[in-house]
Write a protein that binds this ligand. Structure first.
Ligand SMILES: Nc1nc2c(ncn2[C@@H]2O[C@H](COP(=O)(O)OP(=O)(O)OP(=O)(O)O)[C@@H](O)[C@H]2O)c(=O)[nH]1
Length: 522
């Protein structure tokens, strides 16, 4: 129930009258209580704990027809619409939790447009009682998230300690900190969702390839098909359990297959050595026949009667027939072997092109483990969309190692490679879990920094420069100092990825031109 500005001033007037009548000092807290009393609502501090408690319970619970993704989307909508109005936000969140609880009908899956009805603060007398309750919610969350997100758990605990001080009113800053925490949870949950999706796709790819590789083994194909079907319905503990069981069987079967493969290899070896033997025999026998034919030629020259001639021809045609049979046998063996070889070659070519296609899908730079250009494009797209949706800042830092050619020339290309690996390692140590590192070019790296404005991004790059003076790159036990020049740019709403990176690039060039080892803002 929003009060118009006229109503609001009326309510404020009445609230002041009440304070005067009760001889209460007009502190902000007393005024706040009186104001909500006149308005007929519980003060917002009392609404928050209950709203969060309900939301957490429903977030983890199961509701027919509501997926986690759907719930996340609904929650984001509420946060975007009411994120700047803490009182309204608490009320809307409570209403959202109620709508989830009542879910099961299609209508319940929609965010109620007018969910302004305040939630009764059951058992909560006012702001003084709100703190401990809120603290309990935050402590519960910390317990649940400690394994997954230790940093958020720590933040939640710190906040819990702050709001749980008996008699202390919940301050607006606490509510803002909670909203910030909740946003971070959403972002992480979204990332986890993306990771799960990625794992599912990788597994599907793997299964598709296993199926292809073992297409002749009906049993194995059947198993992989079962796993594919189990995963197609969505990743849940039951499906994962099924897949795990199937994989165990698959591993067992693979062991047997390896044995068969070994046998097949042995057989192939025997076939080849037999073939070589045959060729040897053939050339020996043709040599032997050559000698015999020469003998027949001599006997032919000496044959002076038809009977002797007949003997020579009989012997010759007998030998010729035998030779013919041997050559025929070797020829058909040769044809069969050629067929096998061609078959194997076709299979190997198909597998090679499949491998190439799979490699092209890889999103990581092989040397440094940072994202490659493809991975960077995807991550950048995702972060821009998120920044747009959640109205949060997003910045990038583009760094280019200084005088890298000189390092390469003096220490060798391999040392240059190790220097790149070292730099990527140091960057990774410093990044937050939501940040990403991509290899932009040879000795250029891009840092994607969600939830960071230009000043934050500049701080990150300067911190990285300092860190590199502490963590030297060691080559043959010699310390080599790596410095870089960088440009930082903050995304402007509506700006395309190319525009953002172009600005960061231009700033980086300015840093080079200004003498290197510096950070310039775009
Ligand atoms: N070892 C190694 N060197 C690389 C790799 N990619 C690019 N390089 C080298 O990085 C060097 C970059 O040289 P330049 O573009 O002249 O830049 P620079 O020497 O760093 O000079 P400034 O950028 O002006 O400070 C070239 O010698 C490239 O061969 C790589 O993966 N490994």
């Amino acid at each position: 129930m929003e009060a118009s500005s006229h109503q609001a001033s009326e309510i404020a007037r009445e609230a002041i009258k009440r304070l005067a009548a009760r001889k209460l000092p007009p502190t902000p807290e007393n005024f706040r209580r009186a104001y909500f009393e006149v308005l007929g609502q519980a003060p917002s501090g009392a609404v928050w704990p209950e709203a969060l408690r309900q939301l957490l319970a429903q977030w983890e619970g199961y509701q027919a027809g509501l997926t986690q993704a759907k719930k996340r989307e609904m929650l984001e909508r509420v946060l975007i619409n009411f994120g700047n109005e803490p009182d309204q936000l608490a009320v809307k969140l409570a209403a959202l939790a109620r709508s989830w609880a009542e879910s099961g009908s299609a209508a319940a899956a929609l965010v109620p447009e007018d969910a302004a009805e305040p939630v009764a603060a059951t058992g909560v007398g006012g702001t003084d009682a709100a703190g401990p309750l809120l603290g309990q919610c935050l402590t519960d969350f910390a317990g649940l998230s400690r394994d997954l997100w230790p940093d958020l758990a720590a933040r939640s605990e710190a906040l819990a300690r702050r709001v749980s001080v008996p008699g202390r009113a919940v301050a607006d800053a606490d509510v803002a900190a909670m909203a910030g925490l909740w946003r971070e949870i959403l972002v992480r949950a979204e990332d986890n969702h993306a990771v799960l999706g990625g794992l599912k796709r990788v597994l599907a790819l793997l299964l598709a390839n296993i199926g292809e590789l073992v297409s002749q083994d009906a049993w194995l194909s059947g198993q992989t098909e079962t796993m594919r079907t189990a995963l197609a319905d969505g990743v849940n503990p039951h499906a994962l359990f099924q897949v795990e069981e199937s994989l165990k069987e698959l591993v067992q079967r693979q062991k047997q297959l390896k044995g068969s493969l070994h046998d097949a290899e042995e057989k192939l070896k025997r076939l080849i050595s037999a073939f070589i033997l045959r060729i040897g025999e053939l050339s020996a026998s043709t040599g032997h026949y050559n000698a015999r034919i020469k003998g027949y030629a001599a006997r032919l020259a000496e044959a002076d009667d038809i009977a002797k001639l007949g003997d020579v021809i009989d012997g010759l045609s007998g030998d010729m027939a035998q030779m013919d049979a041997e050559i025929g046998r070797s020829h058909s063996e040769l044809v069969a072997a050629k067929g096998h070889v061609e078959e194997a070659e076709t299979r190997i070519r198909a597998l090679e092109s499949e491998l190439e296609a799979v490699s092209a899908l890889v999103r990581e730079d092989q040397l440094t483990g940072a994202l490659n250009r493809r991975g960077m494009d995807e991550a950048c797209r995702r972060e821009l969309a998120r920044a747009e949706r959640m109205a949060t800042p997003f910045s990038v830092g583009l760094l280019d190692i200084d005088n890298f050619k000189r390092l390469n020339d003096s220490l060798g290309h391999q040392a240059g490679d190790q220097a790149l690996v070292h730099l990527a390692g140091v960057v990774r140590q410093m990044l937050r879990p939501t940040d990403s590192l991509a290899r932009y070019g040879g000795e250029e790296f891009l840092l994607l920094l969600p939830n960071s404005d230009l000043a934050d991004a500049e701080k990150v790059m300067l911190r990285l420069q300092r860190e590199l003076t502490r963590q030297y790159f060691l080559h043959d036990n010699r310390r080599v100092l790596i410095t870089f020049s960088a440009g930082v740019a903050q995304w402007a709403p509506g700006e395309a990825q190319a525009g953002l990176l172009g600005r960061a690039d231009a700033a980086m060039y300015r840093a080079k031109a200004a003498g290197r080892n510096r950070v310039e803002r775009a």
